[in-house]
Design a protein around this ligand. Structure first.
Ligand code: 5GP
Ligand code: MG
Length: 182
């Protein structure tokens, strides 16, 4: 692991090694593989940030008929007081009556995930929606009752990059995770 790295205009220091991350991804993959072995699950990777996590996680899933697809959450300027409304872009598969595993890099306020789970379940008719995240920041939560079924690591309220996560679109290719220096 590099002692510290410069990404765009900020300096970041080492936080979680690739080895630590992969140990937790392996643990979560084993749980999901056991829990959903009879479910023909559809994994839904939320781009861009989750692409590396999803690639590692999905290769560790041992369910033979597991499938994966990729979406983005698209922000719109709402006409109502809620401000920004996010909708799913790029989901071409039907999720009706299917078990879906949302694969996300990090849950911060929880707004993105709450919206996504609601849309998959209530608008698109998924049977069961499970949430698998690489990182969770419980102290940043702004929504109530967001259930995270599978979480690799809980972290404090710091800004991190690497392993798919960006700062100004850079730093995604770092193998380890780094935290911003204050
Ligand atoms: P939420 O809707 O939960 O507030 O936002 C989640 C999204 O914010 C994540 O999918 C991610 O794109 C971004 N995000 C939140 N915290 C961090 C962080 O520490 N680093 C990076 N790179 N992105 C973050
Ligand atoms: Mg994300």
């Amino acid at each position: 692991m590099e002692p510290s790295v410069k990404v765009s205009d900020k300096t970041f220091r080492p936080y979680l090694s690739e080895e630590q991350i992969l140990t937790e991804v392996r643990r979560v993959a084993a749980r999901i593989s056991e829990d959903l072995k009879d479910e023909h699950p559809l994994f839904v990777c939320v781009l861009n940030g989750a692409f590396i996590f999803a690639a590692d996680l999905f290769r560790m899933i041992t369910i033979p008929d597991a499938e994966i697809t990729f979406i983005r959450m698209k922000s719109y300027v709402g006409t109502e007081t809620t401000g920004k409304v996010k909708t799913i872009a790029g989901l071409h598969e039907s999720v009706v009556d299917r078990t879906v595993v949302v694969v996300e890099d990090i849950v911060d306020s929880g707004y993105t995930m709450e919206r996504l789970v609601h849309q998959l379940k209530d608008d698109l008719g998924a049977k069961d929606v499970r949430v698998a995240v690489l990182l969770n920041k419980p102290n940043a939560r702004k929504v109530d009752n967001l259930k995270i079924d599978y979480c690799c690591l809980e972290i404090p309220n710091d800004f991190i990059v690497g392993y798919g996560l960006d700062y100004n679109e850079q730093g995604r290719n770092l193998k380890d995770i780094y935290v911003v220096e204050d």
